[in-house]
Design a protein around this ligand. Structure first.
Ligand code: PLP
Length: 391
């Protein structure tokens, strides 16, 4: 069967390939430790689950408006208010996850050949979604020299008359860095002076261990006008499977994204939306608790990771990933690429991590600490031995 040119351009996710291989080994009884996860290892809080049951039992199982329940939009509006961001309800749409909000966004803003600036390392779906919408990803390489962050100078060198948007992901998956206010100001000044849309993916917003989250949209009215804030409950409330995310920004764009949803997915799942209302309006002590656990894990494992010969790793300030540069380490081990290192690490030491090539930086690997501390410590010890025995 001849597939569309559109889907033929898609790159299969190497993250999924690693996970599939790790699962196969596990099924064969091997004690694999998976550090590839992109989701918190906690249950969704009980009050949120109860809210979903309550909604279902009350018959709230029908279609809702395509752009989301008014009650949920209000809850999101209030949540944004707390971040000094004021939006009308027609400037907010609920989607089936932040990923879906991003998908609808690219479909709604891009014409053939429009360019989107994507900083490397990037979350795997950004370039794919841009390409699917007919756009062209323009990558900007960042590494430890700028703490994996964009600078104004970098942006000035890649901007063209076709630049339509840029993506900002703070806290970042995979690097765990967060942009401070002054750094955001640089990006905002660039966007405003070139009239470029800023896609601010803030999905890891509540997972910060050093510093505070600042949304670029909160800096001033000029940049707010150009920014689409993307967020959701997946990471903040450990609700990845519930599929609720949102976009907030220009009303005309939000309407277009909603119209698109109305002809593709219709509304996000109704019980999940009621669960998300509780997530935003109910007891939020879970966020602090989860944050504390992630911070403890980071403080414990980061120094252990740094003991591995050749490892270079900036200390992440948010999300739940470590993103070391292993170019020296793989040299010690006699590998040519980090991909080979990752493959062998899984086969031999039974530790699953994600190669940085998935995120555009082939010298790195990504370790997720969304797993219990004992497993993490054991995995890092295995990695250390894996390297040391080759030196
Ligand atoms: N953005 C980033 C940076 C992510 O890492 C993820 C999930 O891994 C998403 C968006 C998608 O989140 P959601 O589950 O809301 O679709």
């Amino acid at each position: 069967m001849e597939l569309s040119h559109r889907v033929q351009q898609l790159t299969p996710s190497s993250t999924l390939a690693i996970t599939a291989k790790a699962n196969e080994l596990k099924a064969n009884g091997e004690p694999v430790i998976g550090l590839a996860a992109g989701e918190p290892d906690f249950n969704t809080p009980a009050n949120i689950i109860e809210a979903a049951f309550k909604a279902v039992n009350e018959g709230k199982t029908k279609y809702t408006p395509a752009g989301g329940l008014p009650a949920l939009k209000q809850a999101i509006q209030q949540k944004l208010e707390k971040d000094n961001l004021s939006y009308e309800l027609n400037e907010i749409m609920v989607a089936s996850g932040a990923k879906h909000a991003l998908y609808n966004l690219f479909q709604s803003i891009l014409n053939e050949g429009d360019e989107v600036i994507i900083p490397i390392p990037y979350w795997v779906s950004y370039p794919e979604q841009v390409i699917l919408a007919g756009g062209k990803p323009v990558f900007v390489f960042t590494d430890e020299t700028t703490n994996y962050k964009l600078t104004r100078e970098m942006l000035d060198t890649v901007v063209t008359s076709k630049t339509k948007a840029l993506i900002l992901n703070s806290p970042s998956n995979p690097s765990g860095v967060i942009y401070d206010r002054e750094e955001l100001e640089q990006v905002a000044n660039f966007a405003v002076s070139n009239d470029i849309i800023v896609i601010s993916d803030e999905i890891y917003e509540t997972l910060i261990y050093d510093g505070t989250h600042v949304s670029i949209a909160s800096l001033n009215e000029d940049i707010k006008r150009l920014t689409i804030v993307i967020n959701g409950v997946s990471k903040s409330h450990s609700m990845t499977g519930w599929r609720i995310g949102y976009a907030a920004g220009d009303a005309k764009l939000i309407k277009a994204m909603t119209d698109l949803a109305s002809h593709s997915t219709s509304n996000p799942t109704t019980p999940s939306q009621w669960a998300a209302v509780e997530a935003y309006n109910g007891d939020d002590s879970f966020i602090k608790k989860m944050n504390g656990i992630f911070k403890d894990r980071l403080e414990t494992i980061y120094p252990k990771l740094m003991e591995i010969p050749g490892i270079q790793c900036i200390k992440p300030r948010g999300a739940f990933y470590l993103y070391p540069n292993v170019s020296e380490t793989i040299k010690f081990c006699g590998f040519n690429t980090a991909d080979q290192f990752v493959e062998q690490l899984l086969d031999e030491a039974l530790v699953a991590v994600v190669p940085g090539s998935s995120f555009g930086s082939p010298d790195n690997i990504r370790l997720s600490y969304a797993t219990d501390l004992d497993s993490m410590l054991e995995a890092i010890e295995r990695m250390k031995q894996f390297v040391e025995k080759r030196m």
